[in-house]
Design a protein around this ligand. Structure first.
Ligand code: GCB
Length: 614
């Protein structure tokens, strides 16, 4: 069932008074995690609302008031406005950040509308603006402050900021969020995925105060052609042309000034002779301070490195590199659910390091910013992806706009992260003309938004039988639009036996670097048997034993991210006693048990028997 048309229709039908003077206003401030903020994480009151009742005022004053203007007062028949039967104060709470599915058994499969509410104290300051920051809300969200609508957002894995300045007042304030995780064919992702559609406010919420002229966007990166030159820009929202910005790196005693143009933007260039370049061996971060004449100042920790392609090689700081990786879902270890905390991130990336990785593929959507911040600190290279997954409506221009928006938000949030070297615009999409047009547009947009990184996608592979085995042919036309080709294959699981890899040849029709972005098979941790018995740890290990020599025979292989670091929830995986709603291709179980295949791959990574850095 789909609630969204209903919900949208209702929102559009609401009289202006319900939204007050404020119009929907969504923006995205970069580096917001370094700004002082009032955290709004914690317990929020919730109302589960499968019929979208909260958008009505029940049976009278239709559409004048709804749950969004309920200030958490006890209901009273004497009230002259607002719902009289429901108020948030008596409602149960859910933790924010967090998915609702794993917090309440009755919400495990819930897909629909759910209302969140909490109070907070605030004292507005003259000459400031206040933004409500959401790390992510899955999938659609509508936000009201003190009954005034401040913004709405679509897309379940990217951040947004609502300008709440005009809606806030001194003293007690309340915020209401309507979150709707109903799946739709014309969403990104679309109806079907192979992961759990965890709903709710899944990432941090905070209130951030900035001066009226504030730095909302910047970039500072190392020039590919001159490793002593830092280039970029600063944008100061609300600042007039001619006003000054300063960028400094105190540790290097470097400072430069620039002047904003008519678009409130200034180009930056800074000579830095003695830079220690960021790399997995030396993940050096510098504190960079950005200051604007209007009084705003913001610091960030930035690593400087280059990444580029030369022929079939990937060069990091000019040197060829092999990407010893693993794919990772944002699934919480041990406690299960959506990964939300630093502890979740530390466990997942700690396991990747234990495996011997210098690279992770963050599948299939942008992960929490803690993940990329931590990868920056640990020196783990990152492939970051938007949920252009499987069969999107590639002939629907409205869907393309959604993909573009999510790509833009991902790049804007994370362009300051040295760890990210690849933007992925898709995973396993059908080879059709509308698909190729759509994703070529996306690849070009990624390059336009960020010319400093490489663009990739995980492609499907074509198979031809030969007298002795099979040929895997990589000739998907989308490859023409990519810098690095990703390919997924499941020899030994969805096709053939593990030994099928021994007689498989690869025919890659692009002279570009190749990353084997998925391979693997399922095993239930603790289930043992013969190496030809599916679902056992032995069978999964056997897949890896045959895959690795095959991969070594692909001359242009520059990395791999087998599927997947840890078991993750998926409603498609229903075998009782084996899957129990989990995709079991993890090298580690959701409870942290390391399977045999983990050690097969670890040995190969640690001894350098797959992919040497050249
Ligand atoms: C794939 C998908 C991934 C799935 C995996 C599987 O090709 O990209 O999202 O989870 O296969 O286990 O089938």
């Amino acid at each position: 069932m789909s609630f969204r048309p209903n919900l949208l229709a209702l929102l559009l039908a609401l009289p202006a008074s319900a939204f007050a003077v404020q119009t929907a206003n969504t923006t995205l401030l970069v580096d917001i995690d370094h700004r002082p903020a009032l955290s709004l994480d914690g317990d929020w009151h919730v109302i589960v609302d499968p019929y979208a009742d909260g958008l009505y005022n029940f049976h009278h004053e239709l559409l004048q008031h709804g749950y969004f203007d309920n200030p958490q007062q006890p209901a009273s028949p004497a009230q002259d406005h607002g719902p009289v039967e429901i108020n948030f104060s008596g409602m149960p709470t859910l933790k924010v950040p967090g998915d609702w599915n794993t917090q309440r058994p009755d919400l495990f499969y819930y897909e629909g509308l759910l209302w969140y509410q909490r109070n907070f104290d605030y004292t507005p300051k003259v000459g400031t603006r206040a933004f409500l920051h959401f790390g992510a809300v899955n999938y659609q969200s509508f936000v009201w402050v003190n009954g005034k609508k401040v913004c709405e957002h679509e897309g379940g894995y990217t951040p947004f900021d609502c300008d709440a300045t005009a809606a806030l007042h001194a003293g007690s304030n309340f915020v209401v969020v309507a979150a709707d995780n109903t799946r739709h064919a014309d969403d990104v992702p679309t109806l079907q995925t192979d992961w759990w559609n965890y709903g709710g406010i899944t990432r941090d919420v905070s209130l951030v105060e900035v001066p009226t002229q504030f730095i909302d966007d910047f970039d500072l990166h190392l020039s590919r052609t001159d490793h002593t030159l830092l280039e970029g820009y600063v944008h100061v929202e609300g600042a007039p042309a001619g006003s000054r910005v300063t960028v400094s790196i105190p540790e290097l005693h470097l400072k430069t000034e620039a002047t904003l143009d008519a678009n409130s933007r200034a180009a930056i260039s800074l000579h830095a002779a003695n830079l220690t370049l960021w790399s997995p061996q030396s993940p050096k971060l510098y504190t960079v301070v950005f200051s604007a004449a209007g009084g705003d100042s913001l610091a960030d920790d930035i690593g400087f490195r280059t990444v580029e392609v030369r022929g079939t090689q990937i060069l990091l700081n000019g040197q060829p590199i092999f990407l010893r990786g693993v794919s990772v879902h944002a699934e919480a270890p041990i406690r299960t659910g959506r990964a939300v905390s630093q502890q979740d991130v530390d466990t997942l990336l700690g396991w990747a390091q234990e495996l011997g990785c210098n690279f992770v593929r963050l599948a299939h959507y942008p992960h929490d910013q803690r993940m990329t911040r931590t990868a920056d600190r640990l020196g783990i290279l990152v492939w970051s992806e938007i949920p252009d997954y499987w069969a999107l409506q590639f002939d629907n221009p409205a869907v393309l706009e959604k993909s573009k928006q999510q790509l833009g938000e991902m790049v804007r949030r994370d362009r300051d992260k040295a760890s990210i070297i690849l933007w992925s615009v898709a995973n396993e999409t059908p080879n059709t003309e509308p698909r190729t047009r759509y994703l070529t547009t996306m690849a070009n947009l990624a390059r336009e938004l960020d010319p400093t990184r490489l663009v990739t996608a995980a492609l499907l592979v074509r198979t031809e039988k030969t007298a002795t085995g099979s040929n895997k042919i990589v000739d998907d036309p989308l490859g023409a639009a990519l810098d690095v080709i990703g390919t997924n294959e499941y020899i030994g699981w969805y096709e053939q036996k593990p030994a099928g890899a021994d007689t498989t040849n690869w025919d890659i029709r692009y002279q570009k670097p190749l990353i084997m972005s998925e391979f693997g098979g399922d095993a239930r941790a603790g289930l043992h048997g013969a190496a030809d018995q599916r679902w056992t740890e032995e069978y999964q290990a056997e897949i890896y034993r045959h895959q690795l020599p095959m991969l070594n025979r692909i001359p242009q292989l520059r990395g791999m991210t087998p599927w997947v670091l840890m078991d993750f929830r998926s409603p498609r995986r229903t075998l009782p006693g084996i899957q129990d709603n989990y995709n079991r291709k993890g090298l580690i179980s959701d409870q942290g048990q390391h399977k045999q295949a983990f050690y097969v791959l670890q040995h190969a990574y640690k001894t350098g028997t797959v992919g040497k850095d050249e």
